[in-house]
Design a binder for this molecule. Sequence first.
Ligand code: TYD
Ligand code: MG
Length: 453
Amino acid sequence: MAKTKTAFFCQNCGAQYAKWVGQCTSCKQWNTVVEEIVQKEEKRNWKTETNPVKKAARPLKISEITNDKEIRLNSFDQEFNRVLGGGIVPGSLILLGGEPGIGKSTLLLQIALKLQHKVLYVSGEESQKQIKMRADRINPKSENCFILTETKTQHIFQQIAQLEPDLLIIDSIQTLHTDYIESAAGSISQIRECTAELIKFAKESNTPVILVGHITKDGTIAGPKILEHMVDTVLQFEGDRNYVYRILRSLKNRFGSTAELGIYEMQGTGLREVHNPSEVLISKNDEDLSGTAIAATVEGMRPLLIEIQALVSTAVYGTPQRSATGFNAKRLNMLLAVLEKRAGFKLAAKDVFLNITGGISVDDPAIDLAVVAAILSSNSDISIEKGLCFAAEVGLAGEVRPVQRVDQRILEAEKLGFSTIYVSKNNKIGLKNTAIEIKLVSKVEDVVSGLFG
Ligand code: TYD
Ligand code: MG
């Protein structure tokens, strides 16, 4: 009989203690330390019995290491491939995080149904029937996708040994438990142990594994930070649940850039890949409406044209209201102060509401000028001419500052048929002979007089 060993873990950050403490010394949270049973003695990995003891590795010169062109698995989902850096790397572990109901299971099921290889989709959250109902809506014909409802890793590995899938999907890591640890599923030591078993499986069999991870209230992936260190790639699926657009970002990627971004639209039949996001984010409105301006922004590596809406109205109460959706409220206040000082607009007695359409949020400072233009347009009730867009940051002195990747922004605006783009005079523009007119400005005042003067 093996000795039962216990340890105390902080459920918030994963710190380990030998005895109970009221406050975790590493994350300073109160009452998060819980005793968990860890039975180290009996621990075996997923295939100990069949695995001969491997020879210890010896160091190799970097020139000796052969670099066979790795063959990545095509997920048949261009957005997913793009975010991963060109497909799924064999033997890699991918963690997909996101709020409940955002569409993680839908995305992975969809990939499982599209893939031309054998996929095992293990769900600890939904029954086979429920998954079938969902699959029917997405793509009812698939001969390669196997569904298993199981939460014990040892049973999962038994099925894997029989089926030999080319891709394993686990929905979700928080529902798994292993025999070698006593504590409840979802606890820190279970998550850590199950992930370690899956990593071993992935690396030894060269099968890629995709894990779904729940996220906590503050938006980090539940379980210790260590989970993010253990896996090769961390993806985050985000978006506003009241809107249809979803963004897939990579927060960590050992095999590609983290600047890539995938965009999806949630439909009745699953998630649709959005290849040309600018077109969907800009409303096609023939009327001239005041208070809207188009900004050429860059999300990750992708240029995106977004629509900014502002509403300026007389303040009813003493203190004017300022509210921004998808934009930093502090930055909005700063821009309003700049306008007050530099453009002579008396905004102190006005309520200002700002909204970025499509439910996306942007922190690119290059949308400043469009925000300013939208506010001024609403304030004066003069619409901004169609075909105009903006790509510049606004500084505290009212100066229009250069932004990065300006050429990419200009090209995207040109592609979408815009006639004029406002950029900073200090931006180095490498483009020649563009069909779009590039207006170089240095001060907010110049823009104001150009638009409304
Ligand atoms: P789900 O994938 O279950 O989310 P998660 O696994 O991240 O918790 O997504 C559930 C939401 O997606 C649900 O609110 C309904 C919506 N949905 C659609 O709009 N269309 C569809 O075809 C599917 C399958 C789901
Ligand atoms: Mg789910």
